[in-house]
Write a new protein. Sequence first.
Length: 369
Amino acid sequence: MATSQFALDAAQIALERFQCGRIDRRSLLLALGSLGLTAAALEPDEARAAAAEIVVCNWGGEAVDAFAKAYGAPFTRKTGVKVAIVGSGPAVGVIRAMVESGRVIWDATDGGIVDSLTLGRLGLVEPIDYTIVDRSQLPPALAGKFGVSNYVFSNVLAYDAQATRGVEPFGWTDFFDLRKFPGKRTMCKYIQGQLETVLLADGVAPADLYPLDVERAFKKLKPLLPEIIFWDGGAQSQQLFRDGEVAMGNIWHTRANLLRKENPERFNWTWSQNIFFASAWSVPKGNPAGKRVFEFINSTLDPAGQLLLFRIMGNGPSNPKTLALMTPQEAAINPTSPANRRSQFALDPAYYAQHESDLQNRYLDFISR
């Protein structure tokens, strides 16, 4: 859930900078197909024709154009194979409907590591073919059985220096200290990366976070609920700061960076105890392009393409070699830079793949009381 929400938000950020213009008949059909409107009408001949290209589904907006520039164009130049980027959203339920109906129209989907584990457990995706994909380009945690990462991002503690009177909060303990730092807070309504911060503030060591002690987190959070505004989109989290409604927030690093660009004297964030997330390519079973899709996936690990995606959208690179291509200014806002990883901890994908559905419902019920 968090990765899909971040991917959509990253596209919205980029959309403010560029005009989107990649709508053709096939893209329209694929977009409608993701909603179940035309997938049933897709004929086998059309599916076979798609094998001459790689069809990639991400979360839309200007991410369509960004992925085309960073990943699609280089692969086409090298192989002559067209890459079509479709922005209709690779929801797990849509992928399941395609695979179970035998009418798969996507070759690769841009979800999260958590989604890749869920899809793998349900038998809906192919194992990543590491005889084609060079897993040595990635840290082991980013090269999973059913998903391989092409970008990363972080949740960070952003703050309004006017509200904190110029004092930088150190971490999540300060985030929940209303006496030391008065003012409202903002957190996300989606569960991933939220209760972790509460438990850290309550003294739990990062190594002991999982399995999450949900009751302990709720007990810590309950008295603070009147002081928390829960955001459900990155633009909203940014606007809460602009309007002076919150003093601090648990938000995506891309939004925190935009705030600082708008007003560097007022808005900032700390990388202390930032929460690390990873996207992942997955390959639906029965994809039209077959094994050729793994050549495309391997090409997206190239540092030059990942750097371009970072410069367009702010998404951190999954390939560590990309860091050598960054300027010092770029490295400062990249979640995988060594200085920003010192107190970073990674979300546990296996835990969320097993528990997220129930946790999300419990969390929404709790924060709605």
